[in-house]
Design a protein around this ligand. Structure first.
Ligand code: GLU
Length: 521
């Protein structure tokens, strides 16, 4: 059962029923890390046997998400490989053979109960379950003569194939993260494995058959699949594949940032963070859900942040490249307990990655926001603003309405802090604390005097100005630095004054000083 002598093969097997949830991204990431560190292979399989739940565009969305995130698959839909096809809807004939095998071995049976008949039973019997205690009272190949079964099938009557589960057995799921999980087979129902209506297997059968045929050695997936695992163990046994059964690892849930329970899209909407990697346009409702990419996250930051939801390297290291994670990751050290989704921390990670990249890399995103606000300027100017402002702090209101501060974490954070670089302050609030404190009697005269000095400066670089203005301040004893800031920024914020005036240029600097005097005198 250790599978030590087999080449590690893992799979990420989403159902294309909508956009990929961020929890699914983490599952794929852990599979990726595990495959890489064992020199194994990662398969991308599409589980699309439930045709009623398919959503157009979802498959492409999932593929594009991983492309953006830099998580690469070795084989699967869109990647090739010699265990295909990798889309379950293209494997109908394969599954039929295995359904037949279970029927022939007496491990499964055919049932003709209609949905109406099943509903009637449910309202008649409390907690009705199709199992050993009830199956002999139902319309199936265990209770009907063979001729009748054959006749109904020949007539084209719809049927399902159910897995025959013997009660009273202890099933052991050997989970890398959770240890041995023991479940009695008596609580399981005779799950539907195949439906004649669409000639497709259900998730359970297709999943097991494919994991077997694709030589999967480890099934790493979300905790929500743990309840299916005992059934899967029984299926491996029924097929006679116990020796090559994959090892299971059920990952901890992602939990709400505030309160209890599973992270949901609602939490993201309420607190203002995405739960999807990319923006998603729902084809039916037309609603748009935000994505990490469009919000301004760097893929490296998303991957790093997600990796630490449920695992950590056992020291204080938080910033890790994908390659470093491959070296450090340890599936067996994953937590059993759910991981709170700390979206503030997500922004912190993005800040860390943003400030480590060259200023020019911010430009495309910053430029987009500037254009949205009617500003057209040069990439050089934009990069310069980034250099001056990227380490500033912004205020925001958290999910509970408290004012808080955080680092600049997105290019979009820059705009409210940087508007004055591009637009002269329209009005200056005379009642503002900083303005009241720093614009007093006599300030206008000092500004006039400073304007005269500035007029005469030839080298208008920050250093060039500094030497001249410092000498003037030394000589006259005037130090109208805060008032100067009020002129250029309109408030008590912004970068170094010489850097700012040099960015604005002499003409604009003087114009703003003149204007402030008019407004405030
Ligand atoms: N198709 C399932 C999903 O959507 C796969 C579960 C599994 O990994 O076994 O997550």
């Amino acid at each position: 059962m250790e599978n030590l002598n087999r080449k590690v093969r893992v799979r990420f097997a989403p159902s294309p029923t909508g956009p990929l949830h961020i929890g699914g991204v983490r599952t794929a990431l852990y599979n990726y890390l595990f495959a890489r560190q064992h020199g194994g292979e990662l398969i991308f399989r599409i589980e699309d046997t439930d045709s009623t739940r398919l959503v157009p565009g979802a498959e492409d969305y999932i593929i594009e998400s991983f492309k953006w995130l830099g998580i690469k698959f070795d084989e699967g839909v869109g990647f090739g490989g010699n265990h295909g096809p990798y889309r379950q809807s293209e494997r109908r004939d394969i599954y039929k053979k295995y359904v037949r095998q279970l029927l022939d071995a007496g491990r499964a049976y055919i049932a003709f109960d209609t949905p109406e008949e099943l509903d009637a039973k449910r309202s008649e019997v409390e907690n009705f379950q199709y199992d050993a205690s009830t199956r002999l009272g139902m319309r199936n190949s265990l209770t009907m003569p063979k001729e009748e079964v054959d006749r109904l099938m020949a007539e084209g009557k719809q049927y399902v194939v159910r897995f025959l589960i013997e009660p009273g057995r202890e099933i052991v799921v050997d989970d890398i993260i959770r240890g041995e999980v023991r479940v009695s087979s008596s609580i399981l129902d005779d799950k539907v494995l195949y439906k004649s209506a669409d000639q497709l297997p259900t998730y359970h059968l297709a999943n097991i058959v494919d994991d077997h045929l694709m030589e999967v050695t480890h099934v790493i997936r979300g905790e929500e699949w743990l309840p299916s695992a005992p059934l899967h163990v029984l299926l491996y046994e029924a097929f006679g594949w116990t020796d090559t059964m994959p090892r299971f690892a059920h990952l901890p849930l992602l939990l709400k940032p505030i309160g209890n329970g599973k992270l949901s899209k609602r939490d993201g909407d309420k607190l203002g963070f995405p739960v999807f990697p990319l923006e998603w346009h729902d084809p039916k409702s037309g609603t748009v859900s935000s994505g990490y990419r469009e919000k301004g996250y760097l893929p490296e930051a998303v991957v790093n942040f997600l990796a630490l939801l449920g695992w950590n390297p056992g020291n204080d290291q938080e910033l890790m490249t994908l390659d470093e994670m491959v070296g450090l990751f340890d599936l067996s050290k994953c937590s059993k307990n759910g991981a709170k989704f700390d979206y503030i921390k997500a922004a912190w990670f993005n800040h860390q990655y943003l400030i480590r990249q060259p200023d020019e890399k911010w430009v495309p995103a910053f430029d987009r926001i500037l254009r949205e606000n009617g500003i057209e300027t040069t990439p050089e100017k934009e990069a310069e603003v980034v250099r001056m402002m990227k380490l500033k702090v912004i205020e925001y209101t958290d999910g509970q309405g408290n004012k808080r501060k955080r680092n600049i974490s997105f290019a979009s954070d820059l705009w409210p802090l940087c508007k004055f670089f591009f637009v002269a302050p329209e009005a200056i609030d005379k009642e503002d604390k900083f303005v009241r404190k720093n614009w007093k009697e006599g300030t206008a005269e000092e500004i006039t005097s400073l304007m005269e000095v500035i007029e005469g400066i030839e080298d208008f670089s920050a250093e060039g100005q500094k030497s001249v203005v410092d000498a003037w301040a030394e000589q006259t004893g005037m130090r109208p630095w805060n008032a100067w800031r009020i002129c250029l920024v309109g408030a008590g914020q912004g970068p170094d004054m010489y850097e700012l005036s040099s960015f604005l240029g002499k003409e604009e600097t003087l114009r703003r000083m003149q204007r402030a005097k008019e407004i405030l005198s």
